[in-house]
Design a binder for this molecule. Structure first.
Ligand SMILES: Cc1ncc(COP(=O)(O)O)c(C=O)c1O
Length: 365
């Protein structure tokens, strides 16, 4: 059998999780799994939403439209764009990863730039799409030398995974405006943003006159439903959308109907809005408290953050994977998220700070 070997690898973070669980089993000690990339403060309470869904309906049981169910696309238009875009510009995907890999495949560029601290899955999805991954260190690099990025695409992930840093909105807008003026394609991949913002956030509306911007979004983080695999892609470039729609159809024949209806109810029903608000408020409250504790204990490296404070849901700490493991805390070495050589990534780790504050405090005591 002849194969197209991509060279992409399975997520090494999964292996770390398995090893830590085994370690916990052998030692009989409880571990705090901060290696995970999910909000673990609390689960969203769906008990008032489930009765709103008719499982015997055609909508749940039959194929959904391959672009996604119209009520969900309308709900997304309202929630993210204040109804200022067309429902036709929104495509439901099986989470952000699915959207990103279809975007990477569809764009005819050789190089795709990400921040030099980046989500490791970009590397693998780009490999499968046959693209070269390149890096920028900070948004000022783009502002000062935009022509470097000509004929390429630029991924912006803010708040960032793995650093948890949130750029000033004015800096983001300036970066986006310059890339727009230069007609350089932007992939706006910010699945953590809407955990910290509600529908009054205007950024997505501001992007609506930027025909160079492709948004990939996800409900994995902002409402904690990573298991449902629901996200979306938005673009106003018709030619891009036409090709994306074809690839979306033939990559999965539509997205799970139940997950789509669930997210739609979360975005539109009073019960859904109540559950979402409670989930976000409690999650953000505990994230803030956990980051404050790390700052008070001088665990946030100054060489990364200076005097600024990250917002999460991840942060970099100045302890190695092994040092944290010795305290029964799971983390991921920073080397999984960067190829930079001007720092020693083995000295640092990425931890998820979206866990209950009492538990976090107990382990960091
Ligand atoms: C930066 C970034 N983008 C996109 C995603 C995609 O998440 P999902 O495929 O669960 O929607 C993740 C998940 O960890 C992420 O960290």
């Amino acid at each position: 059998m002849k194969l197209n070997i991509s060279g992409a690898k399975f997520s090494a973070i999964v292996k770390i999780s398995e090893d830590l669980r085994e370690q916990s089993r052998i030692s009989g000690k409880e571990f705090l799994y901060l290696n995970r990339g999910i909000n673990q403060v609390k689960n969203i309470d769906l008990s008032e939403i489930i009765p709103l869904i008719d499982f015997n309906s055609d909508a749940v049981q039959y194929y959904a439209h391959s672009k996604g169910m119209l009520p969900l696309r309308k709900a997304i238009n309202n929630e993210f764009f204040k109804n200022k875009t067309s429902d036709e510009n929104i495509y439901i995907t099986a989470g952000g990863m699915h959207a990103l890999s279809l975007v990477f495949q569809t764009l005819a560029v050789q190089k795709i730039y990400s921040a030099s601290f980046y989500w490791g899955a970009y590397t693998n999805a780009l490999k499968i799409a046959g693209k070269e991954q390149c890096f920028y260190n900070k948004f000022e690099d783009i502002i000062n030398n935009p022509d470097t990025y000509q004929n390429s695409a630029v991924i912006i992930c803010d708040p960032n995974n793995p650093t948890g840093e949130k750029a000033e909105e004015t800096l983001l807008i300036e970066t986006l405006n310059i890339l727009h003026q230069k007609n350089i394609t932007v992939i706006w991949d910010g699945p953590y943003r809407r955990l910290f913002y509600d529908h009054s956030d205007e950024l997505y509306q501001k992007l609506l006159n930027h025909d160079n911007v492709i948004i990939t979004e996800s409900f994995s983080k902002s409402v904690g439903l990573s298991g449902q695999r629901v996200g979306f892609m938005h673009s106003i470039n018709q030619a891009f959308n036409d090709e994306f729609a074809i690839r979306l159809l033939y990559s999965g024949n539509g997205i799970n109907a139940f997950g789509q209806i669930l997210v739609e109810k979360l975005l539109t029903s009073p019960e859904g809005i109540k559950a979402t608000t409670a989930f976000k408020n409690k999650t953000v409250e505990d994230i803030k408290a956990n980051i404050k504790l790390l700052k008070d204990k001088n665990l946030l490296p100054k060489e990364f953050y200076g005097n600024t404070v990250p917002i999460g849901i991840f942060v970099i700490v100045n302890k190695s994977f092994d040092e944290l493991k010795a305290m029964n805390i799971g983390s991921v070495p920073l080397s999984y998220f960067t190829k930079r050589t001007d720092i020693n990534p083995e000295k640092y780790s990425r931890i998820c700070v979206s866990v209950p504050q009492e538990k976090f405090k107990a382990f960091f005591k």
